[in-house]
Design a protein around this ligand. Structure first.
Ligand code: ADP
Ligand code: ASP
Ligand code: MG
Length: 436
């Protein structure tokens, strides 16, 4: 496979099986043998470090990150560094796009948004050069991150990191632009908001490396510490619980990144870039035995789509939503009323007004979209063991004066659907009630 890459850009044939992602540990050896440079480095462990937007928000911070990377390299590791766009660059680019078009073509959006990470990668590489550290930056495409063709929320299907391996073998630090890949149609894609975490985990799996994710918090807390001052830092958390928290809006880690880490058995260490601390390990953990709530998260950016017409009408509506890239977090159907409800996070659905308009044109009053709602979710394995936690959550909502528009309980989580204005107070109250 490595030979396929030599001679220029790698090529991916549509007919090739894209059997799962990250198939390349074997290629590490082959690539190393071919370059003949790897022996000196063969004893060194590879570490993938990811620095998020706030960690590279300005030139001084980029310099600090470069010093941190150098320290790790000087301690005898091979380094792959994944970076996000500087500060709020992605939001700013999105706002720019929406000035031009309220519902921009997703392909063009991806072309635009991937620029953010390219800026960071080049600047960090330059900062390392200034410190005398040999470094090279790669886009997602150059790094061999192959995705499906779902623009704006693509999934990684394979990683072919041959260029990265060659450069590591040659003694360089490799900087990778997060959040992006290339589809088998050779189109540039993005992985959904917060997707640099996914880049880091995918590369760690492909390179059999350790994975460290750095941000402005010193680990995963029992709630967003900006919202709940009493939130406690967790020393460790299971993949399943972290995935639930992330899907429920805890943006400290990306849900897909955690899913991939679980699939590949990669332990993620979430740590602070500029502070100290031991961080949080996200790993496989044996169930505690008793139902214990691990954390609370909230999601404001949500639409509730309701559809009338019975189960028979549902596939057509779901097909429409799939074609528009509207992914559901939950879907329920009530046979008695013939109504279905889907809760869909909107952060990767660009063009909400156009979506509403098109739904109206196609389905008329049979389909309704409500977007003034949000969810507060408590996460913990066995949360549905009995109804005591659900009862306490409902009581907390009542005390917070929040009307509960919906309740969903499963083995790992309990979610309350409430008006957006109640999200913060209810998050604080639920945390106090279930974790206080
Ligand atoms: P980065 O830009 O480094 O990827 P993010 O802004 O995406 O960082 O994620 C870090 C932020 O996640 C924190 O500043 C914090 O406010 C928020 N956050 C939400 N839920 C949690 C949680 N349970 N634990 C820690 N941080 C959380
Ligand atoms: N820059 C992208 C975002 O803001 C990806 C990331 O930060 O992980 O969502
Ligand atoms: Mg993030």
């Amino acid at each position: 496979m490595a030979a396929e890459y030599r001679g220029g850009d790698f090529s991916v044939k549509a007919s090739e099986p894209l059997a799962g992602m990250m198939q390349c540990p074997l290629a590490v050896d082959e690539s190393a043998r071919q370059t003949g440079r790897a022996e000196a480095h063969s004893q060194m462990s590879i570490v993938v470090q990811k620095f998020g937007g706030s960690s590279v928000a300005g030139v001084e911070k980029i310099r600090k990150v470069a010093r941190k990377v150098k320290e790790k390299r000087d301690a005898g590791h091979q380094l792959v560094v994944v970076v996000s766009a500087m500060g709020d660059t992605t939001d700013e680019l999105l706002a720019l796009a929406k000035q031009v078009s309220p519902d921009p073509p997703r392909r063009e959006l991806d072309m635009l948004l991937t620029c953010g990470e390219r800026i960071s990668m080049a600047l960090l590489s330059m900062a390392l050069h200034e410190l005398g550290v040999a470094a090279i930056s790669f886009t997602g495409s150059q790094s061999g991150i192959i995705t499906n063709d779902a623009h704006a929320q693509a999934r990684i299907v394979e990683v072919r990191p041959y260029r990265i391996q060659d450069e590591l073998a040659g003694g360089k630090v490799v900087i990778v632009a997060g959040y992006q890949g290339v589809s088998y149609k050779r189109e540039v894609t993005t992985l959904g908001r917060g997707g640099s975490d996914t880049t880091a985990v995918a590369l760690a799996a492909a390179l059999q490396a350790d994975c460290e994710i750095y941000s402005d918090v010193d680990g995963v807390y029992s709630a967003d510490p900006r919202v709940v001052p009493d939130a406690r830092k967790l020393e460790e958390i299971s993949y399943d619980e972290m995935q639930e928290l992330a899907s429920a809006g805890a943006k400290v880690l990306n849900a897909q990144a955690v899913e991939f880490a679980k699939q590949k058995g990669i332990v993620i260490l979430a740590r602070s870039t500029f502070g100290g601390g031991t961080g949080t390990a996200i790993r496989e953990l044996a169930p505690a035995g008793d139902a214990r709530v691990k954390g609370v998260a909230s999601e404001a950016d949500l639409a509730v789509i309701s559809a009338k017409g019975g189960a028979g009408a549902l596939p057509e509506v779901l097909e429409f939503l799939d074609a528009r890239g509207v992914r559901g977090r939950t879907l329920s159907f009530e046979a008695r009323t013939g109504e279905a409800f889907a809760a869909a996070p909107l952060q990767d659905v660009h063009g909400l007004e156009a979506l509403k308009r098109d739904l109206q044109a196609r389905f008329g009053d049979r389909v309704r979209v409500e977007d003034g709602l949000g969810t507060v979710t408590a996460v913990g394995a066995g949360i549905n063991g009995d109804w005591s936690l659900a009862r306490r959550a409902l009581a907390a909502a009542e005390e917070a004066g929040a009307t509960v528009h919906g309740l969903h309980v499963s083995a790992l989580q309990l979610t309350l659907l409430v008006g957006r204005e109640h999200l913060k107070p209810l998050t604080v109250r639920l945390h106090r009630e279930l974790l206080g």
